[in-house]
Design a protein around this ligand. Structure first.
Ligand code: FAD
Length: 263
């Protein structure tokens, strides 16, 4: 199976600080990480490759610093990576980002496209679905489990509020993955050594043949009118209960689709 995974480099939100004067994020000096939902997607892709054979390729749009993240992806076992990077891409909203990524993906051969459900910085969960629409392929979002490949189809489980659906989707298709679906493997010592020499492809504006008026700030239909920091209001409901019952309740609040055993 030829698998493409969309991977975004994001600031580590556990380290985010707000500039109290301007109410904007202080990005300087903040550590960057692989978006957690995307890392889950990479892990699922690597597991599928182990089971069915094939390749795992990542596609990232971002600044040149994303190379560091690509090295980490190689150390985890990814076969090849593309970095789409150009000053002309800057200022793109989700629509323009999806246009750039899908224009490039159209030039690739793939069976399965995996996106993270949501990026922890932009948080819109729009890019995966928009790309599937631009590519005109079926999509299943919020996948909690990949069950198996059956002929031309992929069987997946998807959570929807309190329900879990088992769905069959015809390939090529896009699925979006969530961070709780697996525990990503650590980097392999052997791959760490080779990751530094392994080449990746840098794709720029001129490689895409895309209309400049449809990307960047000018091509973005979104206009951010105002940003502000939400005041923290501590009005959480309080309940007194035995530790076991409390643990069960917390698990169900965090993972409503998970069966909690009584043992
Ligand atoms: C007006 C406007 C201007 C902006 N200007 C800039 C700017 O100058 N620089 C900037 O960095 N951001 C900018 N942004 C933010 C940028 O549009 C979003 O970060 C980007 O579109 C992704 O949206 P998201 O973070 O909500 O991703 P989501 O839709 O939540 O992400 C879902 C999944 O899509 C995939 N994905 C998302 N983005 C990428 C990517 N770049 N590469 C690979 N996979 C990806 C990942 O798998 C991710 O898990 C701007 C936004 C707006 C509205």
């Amino acid at each position: 199976m030829k698998i493409l995974v969309l991977v975004k480099q994001v600031p580590d939100t556990t380290e985010i600080k707000i500039d109290k004067e301007t109410n904007t994020l202080i990005r300087r000096g903040i550590k960057s990480i692989i978006n957690p939902d995307d890392l889950a997607g990479v892990e699922e892709a690597l597991k599928l490759k182990e089971q069915y054979g094939g390749t795992v390729t990542t596609v990232t749009m971002g600044p040149p610093q994303a190379e560091k993240m690509i090295r980490e992806l190689y150390a985890r076992g990814v076969d090849h990576a593309y970095l789409l990077s150009d000053r002309k891409f800057a200022g793109s909203d989700t629509w323009a980002t999806s246009r750039i990524l899908s224009t490039f993906i159209k030039t690739l051969d793939y069976d399965l496209l995996i996106a993270g459900y949501q990026a922890i910085d932009g948080d819109t969960a729009q890019v995966g679905p928009q790309i599937a629409e631009f590519l005109d392929i079926p999509q299943v979002t919020h996948v909690t489990k990949i069950v198996e490949q059956k002929g031309k189809n992929l069987i997946v489980e998807k959570s929807f509020e309190t329900e879990v659906y088992t769905l069959s989707v015809e390939l090529p298709a896009l699925i979006s993955t969530i961070r709780t679906m697996n525990q990503p493997r650590y980097m392999f010592a052997n791959y760490i050594w080779t990751s530094f020499e392994k080449p990746f492809d840098l794709i720029t504006f001129n490689d895409l043949g895309i209309d400049q008026n449809t990307i960047g700030l000018n091509g973005s239909p979104t206009r951010v009118k105002k940003t502000y920091t939400k005041p923290v209001v501590q009005k959480a409901p309080k309940e007194v209960m035995e530790p076991e019952a409390a643990a069960k309740k917390i698990s169900q609040l965090i993972y409503p689709y998970m069966e909690v055993s009584n043992s």
